[in-house]
Every structure is written in structure tokens, then in C-alpha cells.
Ligand binder design. Sequence first.
Ligand SMILES: [Zn+2]
Length: 100
Amino acid sequence: MNKQYDCNIILDLLPLSIENMVTEETQKVIDQHLLACESCRQIYEDMTRELDITSTKKKRKKKKRHKYKRKSLIKKCILGYLLLLVLMVAFCIIDVCFFL
Ligand SMILES: [Zn+2]
């Protein structure tokens, strides 16, 4: 019964299936075909593996960007504290100069 669906049609639908862009019925047909057809299943696995690799690369990039943002925030905080310290010392010196 599954063989009535041509492999070409299933292969056309695979990208849509991976993106969850097919109806439940179509997904069932695809799943049934993949169970029965070794070559289509292989192509499907290759497609999903490629997708996994790309999403992992994107995640790594995002993580790097996040790390960079955190470092820059820490630098800004340290700079802020140093500026505050310098201002406090300056005020103390001015204060001492005026009262002596
Ligand atoms: Zn097939």
C-alpha cells in the first residue's frame, strides 16, 4: 500500500516535513513511506543531520556572542567603579585643600 506513493513525491515533501509544514495526514504518509523505503529514509536522515549541524553551529555562534557581551559588561562595570574611586579621591583632596 505504501508503494503507491512515488519516492519522488516523498522526496519533494521531505523538506516541508522537516520544517513541520505538512498536514498530519501527509506526515503519516511520509512516515509510512520512510518505514518501508530504505533509500528515502537514508536521504531523510542525511537531511536532518545537516540541519542538526547547522543549528549547532548557530548555537555556538550565539554562545560566543553572549560571552563577548558579558565580558564587555564586566569591563564597563570595572571602569565605572574606577571612575567613581577617582572622583571620590578628587573630592577628598579638594575638601582637604579648602579646610586647611
Ligand atoms: Zn522511497
